[in-house]
Write a protein that binds this ligand. Sequence first.
Ligand SMILES: Cc1cc2nc3c(=O)[nH]c(=O)nc-3n(C[C@H](O)[C@H](O)[C@H](O)COP(=O)(O)OP(=O)(O)OC[C@H]3O[C@@H](n4cnc5c(N)ncnc54)[C@H](O)[C@@H]3O)c2cc1C
Length: 355
Amino acid sequence: MATSGILRAIRYHPISSRIAATYRSLSTLVLAEHEGGSIKASSISAVEAAKSIGNENSVSLLLAGSGPSLKEAAEHAASCHPSISQVLVAESDNFTYPLAEPWAKLIHVVHQKGDYSHIIAASGSFGKNIVPRAAALLDISPVTDVTEISDSNIFVRPIYAGNALCTVRYTGSSPCMLTVRSTSFSVASTSADSNSKPASIDQVDLSNFSEDDAVGKSRYIKLSSQETERPDLGNARVVITGGRALKSAENFKMIEKLAEKLGAAVGATRAAVDAGYVPNDLQVGQTGKIVAPELYMAFGVSGAIQHIAGMRDAKVIVAVNKDADAPIFQVADYGLVGDLFEVIPELLEKLPDKK
Ligand SMILES: Cc1cc2nc3c(=O)[nH]c(=O)nc-3n(C[C@H](O)[C@H](O)[C@H](O)COP(=O)(O)OP(=O)(O)OC[C@H]3O[C@@H](n4cnc5c(N)ncnc54)[C@H](O)[C@@H]3O)c2cc1C
């Protein structure tokens, strides 16, 4: 039963006596997030996941927002992935910020018209915020954190902090709602075929959408984000992570300098975040970001199960820890038993500056 050291379990979801959903035809609505006039890479991965549901699947992308950047994002959406046949645009001040209440209602309205077999979002903070509320409105149970799609209603998802993979069959009624891990559905850079015709762009009819629908218990206050030229943690090719052993925010700057040299994103353990060395959007792990870079370098990270859950899919893992028995060495491809306060300065000295 073991697969690459990971237990694979079979479980039926949600209740085996219910009749398995049978789809007349496959049609998927992908909930897309956009920023600065572009569709986010994680949402394009959700389209890639939609593609693997079936060959005859027709894929629509739902965008919401207001202002000129929405129009730009719609144009980007129409040509960002050849599997998209239609872009649905909901333009209203109610969607200026991606709050769960108006979005959930929007999904309900759009599904009533489109009668989709599947609704998919990437498993980031956007999808995790909106999908449960939309699923409740549609009276269905979503399947979350999907890493593999075997069939239109059979999915693989990690459980026990990634220590077991569970194959679930969705037996609820339509639509089948999923959040998918974008690192498991990476899009080849050539995927947006320049010869393919752009998808049609249609406005969503919001005449049934009342002001009351937009008002919920949450209010948008502000967005706090760091201006950085470093790559996005979720999609970076190289990630340099520091743990509690860095001891202070000042010392953590060594990790940032190393990341700069390597053109890498910076990650952190929860212990480093809780100690205030870095903001929590850098946390990697079960309750942080899931990453799958080509190279993951961990400095002073013990390798707790909750941290491993967020980086175990990295192609090459390098660990530096002064404790030879640290669990991180069990998943590392290359390990160095040493003091990070000696190793990092040496690396900074010997590595060439990024061109
Ligand atoms: C529900 C739950 C969810 C969680 N989610 C997450 C999550 O998403 N992400 C996450 O990271 N954690 C998460 N945690 C916390 C997790 O259990 C660990 O506590 C955390 O990952 C430990 O962080 P750390 O490795 O930085 O610190 P420590 O466990 O304190 O390890 C520090 C390591 O640094 C080494 N070290 C010390 N000094 C040096 C030095 N000078 N040079 C080299 N090595 C040195 C030590 O040998 C040690 O191995 C979660 C915990 C719970 C209960």
